[in-house]
Design a binder for this molecule. Structure first.
Ligand code: 5AD
Ligand code: SF4
Length: 487
């Protein structure tokens, strides 16, 4: 259980806090650390970046289990190491090469000790974007596989051990991947991720996703329902539907219903009927795809949690246009007003980029004003990072690093203040909390509130995996604390 809880906790802390992280993306380990049985091979997966990578790492672990791999909690002595990488900002991509330096030492050590070989794989978005370069720069790497090819891992490993054959798999067949992955899941906790959509056709000028994850692809409804059922039958109570552009979801309708395609709102309403499933969330959305059906579903569907991550990126219309976001600030404000009318207690979250090419002090002030006007419960904020091959990289007016740093600090000051105030506004309220595990501090249990904050309170371990009521008495920047309410 612990491995997953650890991973989710880390990701969610990132979501909750005003991002100090432009410096480093979250990196997490996937899998239940345990001592594998004699004949099993030891697997270590390190995950960088977003929740979609956390999901992919879980699926890799599941794909490798039937061929004898069991997870361990560090790379030392591993028979297989997978780095599941992120390419969204320069620093995230650089980390891979420094980690590979450390892995090389461990691989040599293992071989010298007569303990066999360590197969090293680089997966995820850096693999997709820089596959050839990785092979050239890092001979320690045995396999390179993009986000759409990890279902082929067992086959690729077999090839490596036979001969140095084809070691690079970076095709873009998202459908083939999902068709090949089993519907049966092996969840490790009570809150799970489920990828329903991948890729992006929006081409924001700063973003590598359309190049690393490919074109938009939506999984068919039946496939998603089967996976959700498998998760719920094993105790999962909360599912977060994932997609780079999740509210652009348009999946083939269930076979039994015939007909056409379903949007996200229809999928949510359908999943909400599943007995045993108590909570649904989705991320990440684009303001342009927040349709009326999805907005009203926020008001009508009680299982859909009152939390919405809707990235604005910048407050200036000039910069929004240069970013190719396809909407103005006034249009964003209008969408927010309609969501708040449908669900008044909704907690909002956003991503922001400071220092996009051409951003003047006045443009940046529009971002500060937008934050002050909308009011966010949490946010990520980043300095613009030039990504080779994206249109933004070639734009004139690149902003100095120190100007970006100064703007980021000003933005984060107001976002932190809002986050703190939002958390404090919950003091005195009794919230439903899904108990995910025991907490490290003096309080006994740890769970998640509807608005996504980690919540600590005293209680007995048999409550883990259940939904309880907690009266909130303390609020920090990233978490809440309170007392269990009986009955
Ligand atoms: N530089 C900085 N931030 C970026 N993001 C995406 N690309 C870049 C970039 N080149 C941010 C956006 C996006 C989030 C996932 O990462 O804010 O919403
Ligand atoms: Fe990137 Fe824009 Fe697509 Fe989001 S909508 S994944 S920021 S291109």
């Amino acid at each position: 259980m612990l491995g997953k809880q650890k991973a989710i906790r880390l990701m969610s802390q990132d979501t909750l806090r005003t991002d100090t992280q432009a410096k480093s993306p979250a990196s997490t380990q996937t899998g239940t650390p345990k001592t594998p049985k004699k004949n099993t091979k030891k697997l270590f997966i390190k995950t960088y970046g977003c929740q979609m990578n956390v999901y992919d790492s879980e699926r890799m672990r599941e794909v490798l289990a039937p061929v004898g791999y069991a997870p361990i909690d560090g790379p030392e002595g591993a028979d297989m190491v997978v780095l599941n990488t992120c390419h969204i900002r320069e620093k995230a991509a650089e980390k891979v090469y420094s980690e590979l330096g450390r892995i090389r030492i461990l691989k040599d050590k293992k071989r010298k000790a007569g303990d066999g070989d360590m197969v090293v794989a680089v997966a995820g978005c850096v693999a997709q974007a820089e596959g050839e370069e990785i092979m050239r720069r890092a001979p320690v790497v045995d396999l390179v596989l993009g986000p759409q090819t990890y279902h082929k891992l067992p086959e690729m490993i077999a090839r490596v051990s036979r001969a140095r054959g084809e070691r690079l798999e970076t095709n873009f067949d998202t459908q083939e991947k999902f068709d090949a992955l089993p519907a049966a899941r092996k969840p490790e906790g009570f809150a799970a991720f489920l990828t329903i959509q991948e890729g992006c056709d929006k081409f924001c000028t700063f973003c590598v996703v359309p190049y690393t994850r490919g074109a938009e692809f939506s999984r068919p409804v039946d496939q998603i329902v089967a996976e959700a059922r498998s998760l719920v039958s094993q105790g999962v109570k909360e599912i977060t539907l994932l997609g780079q552009n999740v509210n652009a979801y348009s999946g083939a309708a269930p076979a039994i219903e015939g007909g056409d395609h379903w949007g996200l709102a229809q999928l949510i309403r359908h999943l909400a009927k599943m007995g045993g499933l108590e909570r649904l969330r989705f991320t990440t959305s684009h303001p342009r795809d927040m349709d009326e059906d999805l907005i009203t579903t926020h008001g009508d569907e009680t299982k859909l949690m009152p939390y919405l991550h809707l990235p604005l990126q910048a407050g200036s219309d000039r910069i929004l246009k240069a970013m190719n976001r396809g909407h103005t600030f006034a249009e964003y404000r209008d969408v927010i007003a309609r969501i708040r009318a449908a669900r008044p207690d909704i907690a909002l979250s956003s991503d922001f980029i400071v220092g996009f090419p051409g951003e003047s002090e006045l443009d940046f002030e529009r971002t500060l004003e937008a934050v002050a006007e909308i009011g966010y419960a949490s946010a990520y904020s980043f300095k613009y990072s030039v990504r080779p091959g994206t249109p933004g990289a070639a734009l004139p007016g690149q902003v100095d690093e120190d100007v970006k740093s100064e703007r980021l600090a000003r933005l984060q000051a107001i976002l932190s203040q809002q986050q703190k105030e939002f958390n404090e506004s919950l003091i005195g309220r009794t919230l439903d909390v899904l108990v995910e595990g025991s907490s490290r501090g003096e309080d006994g249990l740890f769970g998640r509130a509807p608005y996504l904050q980690g919540t600590h309170f005293a209680g007995s371990a048999d409550l883990i995996g259940t939904m309880v009521k907690v009266k909130i008495e303390r609020a920090g920047l990233n978490s809440l604390g309170g007392t269990l309410v009986n009955g």
